[in-house]
Write a protein that binds this ligand. Structure first.
Ligand code: ATP
Length: 313
């Protein structure tokens, strides 16, 4: 069943170029749709499932297995596209449409191309956090996109995988020489592969990545707007430090530590004074005591108006 806003794109109108990202389930390619630069996400190729077959009977069962896995990936992509197609906000990547292809037996999600790549790549490459003005501007943009998902978007959308690797920079950053130029960039939230509408939350399956997950998510799979707020706190930490949270730690140990409230990330010394309290309020043990994205956005706007509107970097 086609969603009202889900546009079907003819595969012949797409030019698929180089591979630019490999995720858990999908491949992302650079491409062109007419004259427009696009990113094209598709299910991972499953050739590795077939090469292990030795006899005809085995081959058949492996092929069946491969088909089932492939179908699951396509179903996942279609779910992502249906949810994505209803979203319309300047801080969220826009989906142009989907393109099914019989020849390749694949589905292609055609989206707005972010020239600057993932925010995590910029941060981890420089291995240092963002300058305060840039940090606060980016914190505001992401909070704005998230309050749309939790408020105005059709159906309440819980992202469930909010982290710097799922934040893209719209404009190119190739010729950026100082942080002042980063201030002008537009951030876009992406990857709705794990996102769910609130109404479907009772059947939620495990999602997310431990270092970004709240204790109640790890313990009981309780994803909510407030678990997105927890992840946003971790995302702010990435922006301040330029590091991967709990890097080098055993992931099961991290999961156990967070779930039992024994592990918490230290507020970095570079954190602007007004933000320390805000980050703590994202990481409140009780979800109901965490801030909402509406509150976060309003608080950040006030901080900018009071302290940063005329400040030099
Ligand atoms: P994950 O395992 O994180 O869920 P995924 O398969 O869902 O991955 P995405 O996270 O959507 O895929 O994208 C993987 C990578 O591809 C991103 O980190 C980014 O580098 C690149 N990418 C995705 N979408 C775009 C886009 N619209 N413009 C430019 N690059 C993109």
């Amino acid at each position: 069943n086609a969603e009202p806003n889900l546009r079907i794109i003819d595969y012949k109108d797409l030019q698929i170029g180089e591979l630019i990202g490999i995720g858990g389930f999908g491949h992302v390619h650079y491409g062109k749709f007419g004259d427009v630069h696009v990113a094209i996400k598709t299910a991972k190729s499953l050739t590795s499932y077939n090469i292990f077959s030795t006899s005809t009977s085995q081959k058949t069962s492996m092929d069946d297995q491969s088909d089932a896995v492939h179908k699951n990936l396509i179903d996942g992509l279609l779910r992502e596209a249906r949810l994505f197609s209803n979203l319309n906000h300047p801080n969220i990547i826009q989906l142009f449409g989907v393109s099914p292809c019989l020849a390749t037996k694949n589905l292609y999600l055609v989206m707005e191309y972010a020239h600057g790549g993932a925010l995590s790549e910029l941060l981890y490459r420089r291995k240092s956090g963002l300058f305060p003005n840039v940090f606060i501007e980016y914190a505001k943009q992401i909070a704005d996109g998230m309050r749309y998902l939790h408020g105005e978007a059709p159906g309440l959308v819980i992202h469930r995988d909010l982290k710097c690797s799922n934040i893209l920079i719209l404009e190119s950053i190739e010729n950026v020489h100082d942080d002042y130029e980063l201030l002008q960039k537009t951030l876009k939230i992406t990857d709705f592969g794990l996102a769910k509408k609130q109404l479907q939350s009772s059947s939620m399956t495990t999602a997310g990545t431990y270092p970004w997950m709240s204790p109640e998510c790890i313990r009981n799979n309780e994803f909510s707007t407030k678990s997105d707020v927890w992840s946003y706190g971790v995302l702010l930490w990435e922006c301040l430090t330029g590091e991967i949270p709990y890097k080098g730690f055993d992931q099961m140990q991290v999961a156990f530590g967070i779930a039992t409230n024994k592990y918490s990330l230290p507020i970095p010394s570079t954190c602007p004074e007004e933000f320390s309290q805000l980050m703590k309020e994202c990481w409140h043990v009780l979800p109901q005591n965490r801030l909402s994205f509406n509150e976060l956005h309003d608080r950040i706007v006030k901080i900018i108006e009071t302290n940063y509107s005329n400040a030099e970097l």
